[in-house]
Design a protein around this ligand. Structure first.
Ligand SMILES: Nc1ncnc2c1ncn2[C@@H]1O[C@H](COP(=O)(O)OP(=O)(O)OP(=O)(O)O)[C@@H](O)[C@H]1O
Ligand SMILES: [Mg+2]
Length: 505
């Protein structure tokens, strides 16, 4: 604001100063011209006055000079000298010899003539002038008069002073007028300045008030038109920016959603990838374990077959070898069955042939079909309510078979094995209890994992792939049941699985 104010007053000051300068120059010129003019007039007037005084004195003295009344002449000269502005009067004859003079000490009295070449313009305080004394157009003598002009310098000085005072006064009036006029010029410009400031601050409704149709008025009108156009353009631009902003916002929202979706998909992909990697790792492990497991019976089969071919054996020996080959073959076949089952369970491609069965009957059938060694015994204790279940009979028999097989495998020769059923709520629990080696707490959670075998001596000595319980769990869960183990190391184990009982059964 200060800068604008200084510019504002600067403009007014400049205008006033310029006008004042012009006024001052003009007034100075005017003073000089006036002074010169008045000086000339004053000189001329003084000249005329001196000439008439000189002519009068010359004609006054002529008569006494012609009549040779010299005493009178002296008196007249003395009396005339007493007049103001005359310092001396001298009368000279035709040869310029001074006859009478009002001053005694006239230098060169014999032929003393003052230098009359001085004129009033050169010496305004005093000068000498000669006037001829004429008689019938004949120059009979010369009167030399010394004038003292004390009034002239005083008058000139007065003229000069009044001129200067007058011009100073006029210049002051000019300055005041210039200040007022420049203020008048500045007022509309100041208004324009205020309007442009408002426009710059974003107020496009501001308008310059046009009072006159002069150049400033035209400028104001042009400014108003310009502000109107800027206002329209700005409104249009703001509208476009708003639309673009909304579109951008929408796009940003869309992009954010897309980004979220992308992040979600990426996470899903990462999980899938991890799963795939795990599956790939598991597959590699599975293949390596399977190959390893299959190699043992295969090596046996191949070895005995070669011995049969190469050696000259008797009939009995041959039969023994062939029996071994058959047993290993059966084991191989069983293992392959297990591998296929676990892979079907894991890939969820196992197909159950469900039918309503009496679970007690299924257990009895399984135990009967189980090849129980002669010196061993299985005790069967069945629930009296004959619970009905919807099961794939073959698969559930396979589960009972696996658990029974384990019970025999991990139980000393004289241990008792009890198979029982018990209805508990909406389920029937099938339990296979042995008096075997039992299972450690740490192993209990893992015996249902595929290929897991405990590290005890009994397990190490027995042959198995660690798939029986994993397959059993898969089958039970497919029937919406549960399987678990209750055991203590050295005190036998109870493998229990539950199946939902049919409501009408
Ligand atoms: N009744 C049991 N008593 C003690 N340990 C058992 C019993 N049943 C299973 N186990 C332990 O659990 C492990 C896993 O059993 P699982 O039936 O899955 O495999 P496996 O019997 O070793 O081999 P497979 O059944 O494939 O021939 C066994 O190796 C064994 O160590
Ligand atoms: Mg087993």
């Amino acid at each position: 604001m200060k800068i604008i104010d200084s510019l504002r007053y600067g403009y007014r000051m400049k205008l006033t100063f310029s006008i004042a300068c012009v006024g001052l120059v003009m007034m100075t010129a005017l003073v000089i011209v006036r002074y010169k003019l008045l000086q000339d007039i004053l000189y001329e007037k003084t000249d005329v006055r001196i000439n008439s005084i000189g002519a009068l004195i010359a004609s006054d003295l002529k008569e006494d000079y012609v009549d040779r009344e010299f005493i009178n002449l002296q008196e007249r000269i003395n009396s005339l000298t007493n007049k103001s502005n005359i310092s001396f009067i001298s009368l000279m004859d035709g040869d310029n010899k001074v006859l009478y003079s009002s001053i005694e000490e006239l230098p060169g009295r014999e032929n003393a003539v003052f230098d009359t070449s001085t004129n009033i313009r050169k010496n305004i305080s005093g000068f000498v002038k000669s006037f001829p004394v004429m008689d019938k157009s004949v120059n009979i003598a010369t009167v030399q008069i010394g004038f003292v002009l004390t009034d002239l310098p005083r008058d000139l000085s007065r003229i000069f002073k009044t001129s200067v005072i007058m011009s100073t006064f006029v210049v002051l009036i000019i300055i005041a007028a210039a200040w007022l006029i420049s203020g008048g010029f500045e007022k509309p410009l100041r208004g324009m300045c205020a309007v442009t400031q408002k426009v710059a601050a974003g107020d496009f409704s501001a308008r310059v008030s046009v009072e006159n149709r002069d150049i400033i008025g035209e400028l104001g009108m042009a400014l108003n038109k310009m502000i109107e156009q800027i206002g329209v353009l700005t409104a249009d631009l703001n509208k476009k920016i708003k639309t673009t902003d909304i579109k951008l916002e929408e796009k940003t929202v869309h992009l954010t959603e897309l980004n979220k979706e992308l992040t979600k998909r990426t996470e899903e992909l990462e999980i899938s990838n991890k799963k795939l990697q795990e599956a790939d790792k598991l597959k590699t492990e599975f293949v390596s374990i399977v190959s390893h497991e299959l190699r043992t019976p295969l090596t046996g089969i191949i070895g005995f077959a070669r011995t049969l071919l190469k050696l000259d054996l008797n009939e009995e020996q041959k039969i023994n070898y062939l029996k071994i080959i058959e047993a290993e073959g059966k084991r191989l076949s069983g293992m392959i069955e297990d591998f296929l089952d676990i892979s079907k369970i894991e890939s969820n491609t196992i197909v159950l042939r469900l039918a309503t069965e009496d679970i007690n009957a299924v257990i009895r059938e399984t135990v009967e079909s189980f090849n129980v060694p002669e010196n061993r015994k299985v005790v069967v204790e069945l629930d009296g309510s004959r619970p009905k279940v919807k099961i794939d009979k073959g698969r559930i028999m396979q589960v009972i078979f696996n658990i029974l097989e384990n019970a025999f495998r991990y139980t000393p020769v004289h241990g008792k094995i009890t198979v029982s059923t018990r209805v508990n709520g909406g389920s029937v629990e099938v339990s296979v209890e042995d008096e075997g080696i039992g299972i450690d707490k740490t192993d209990r959670d893992m015996v249902f994992d595929k290929f897991y075998r405990c590290s005890d001596d009994v397990t190490k000595k027995s042959r198995g792939s660690g798939l029986g319980l994993a397959i059993s769990r898969g089958i039970v869960e497919l029937h919406n049941g549960k399987i678990w183990v209750e055991s203590e190391k050295g005190k036998g184990s109870a493998f229990i699985f539950s199946l939902p009982v049919m409501k009408d059964g």
